[in-house]
Design a protein around this ligand. Structure first.
Ligand code: SF4
Length: 333
């Protein structure tokens, strides 16, 4: 039985294409990539992906994007899309990883649920070829949904995958994929907000980070997905959580060298201050943390600052909205 590895986002196209390949008696392993922001977290999305893999009865391997992804996004060869999304380089990087797994498993091809012409940046026909070449996947990259619009892969030429059973879908419509899913009783998730790097707020935070601190670390990068962001100085950034869930996330991300803050006597956010901060920066950070706490209307709020074993307490006046808006990193200005 021929083996393949399938890049599996858990969305409609990846479910339909995986089902199609399985129906051709292919021994398929699903690979799901997780952006650095969600690495190590059991998110709603990761549960949905696992459920989709179970529905298909196929093994699933989760791959968390790591330091190599970070190197890629600092200097993407093909640039960014509309926001902070380096889609072409991201596809190339991930296909390279998928190819390694393919070799490790003794499989013959990598497949994806890509549809020619569906997305403006990474799924234009010429871009599909470029991605295939740059990732070293020429001849082994199978796109079963659009196969009839693309040259045959080596496995199709060898008759190991029956090309006549593959599809010829192109463009943005999802009608054929939905009809396929209905025919085989496949459930699939509604489209979600998509990759956070395509979001304008995240892009703003990313550009601020990359502009002020080009040697940013993985933790700096992960933080762009969470909280409200403030620039206290060229060197110092403050991230203030927005809810209890983000409190837990920030506490997990916080490093040994980080300083985090929280109000001691009223419910409120966890904040992380990053960079070489001064005493004034710390007091401003405490004051902004107090502003987003339940003590925002009080005269003074007590805020703890923790760094490693050190802990200090600061009674501060909650910051005013005008000050917060002035230093907030946002696209809404
Ligand atoms: S949308 Fe995000 S995850 Fe998808 S290819 Fe682009 S950068 Fe990568």
């Amino acid at each position: 039985m021929i083996k393949g590895v399938h890049m599996f986002s858990g969305g409609l196209d990846s479910i339909v294409s995986a089902h199609l390949l399985k129906s051709l008696q292919i021994d398929l392993t699903l690979i799901h990539f997780v952006l650095p922001f969600y690495a190590g977290f059991d998110t709603v999305k990761s549960k949905a992906v696992q459920a989709s893999a179970e529905q298909l009865g196929l093994p699933l391997r989760i791959v968390e994007d790591g330091e190599e992804f970070l190197r890629m996004i600092k200097d993407p060869k093909f640039g960014f899309g509309k926001n902070a999304n380096p889609c072409i380089d991201c596809r190339i990087y991930r296909l390279g990883v998928a190819k390694q797994i393919m070799q490790e498993l003794g499989a013959s091809f990598v497949s994806t649920g890509e549809v020619s012409g569906q997305r403006p940046m990474s799924q234009r026909r010429d871009t599909l070829f470029r991605i295939e070449n740059e990732s070293g996947c020429k001849g082994i990259l199978l796109r079963p949904l659009s196969a009839h619009h693309l040259p045959p892969t080596i496995t199709e030429e060898q008759g190991l995958v029956d090309r006549s059973k593959l599809l010829g879908i192109a463009g943005r419509g999802r009608g054929q994929q939905i009809a396929y899913a209905q025919r085989f009783n496949l459930t699939y998730p509604s489209p979600d907000g998509g990759c956070i790097l395509t979001n304008i707020q995240s892009a703003h935070r990313y550009l601020d980070l990359a502009g002020k601190q080009p040697d940013f670390t993985m933790t700096d990068f992960k933080l762009i997905a969470f909280g409200r962001h403030f620039r206290l100085s060229d060197d110092v950034r403050l991230i203030v959580s927005r809810d209890e869930h983000e409190n837990q996330v920030l506490l997990r991300i916080v490093g040994e060298l980080d300083c985090y803050l929280y109000p001691t006597d009223v419910p409120g956010p966890v904040s992380i201050i990053r960079g070489k901060f001064t005493e004034t920066d710390l007091l401003n950070a405490a004051s902004i943390t107090a502003r987003y706490s339940k003590g925002r209307d009080k005269e003074m709020v007590k805020v703890a600052a923790v760094k490693g074993e050190e802990r200090s307490y600061h009674s501060v006046r909650p910051a005013g909205d005008a000050f917060c808006e002035q230093i907030r990193i946002t696209s809404e200005k």
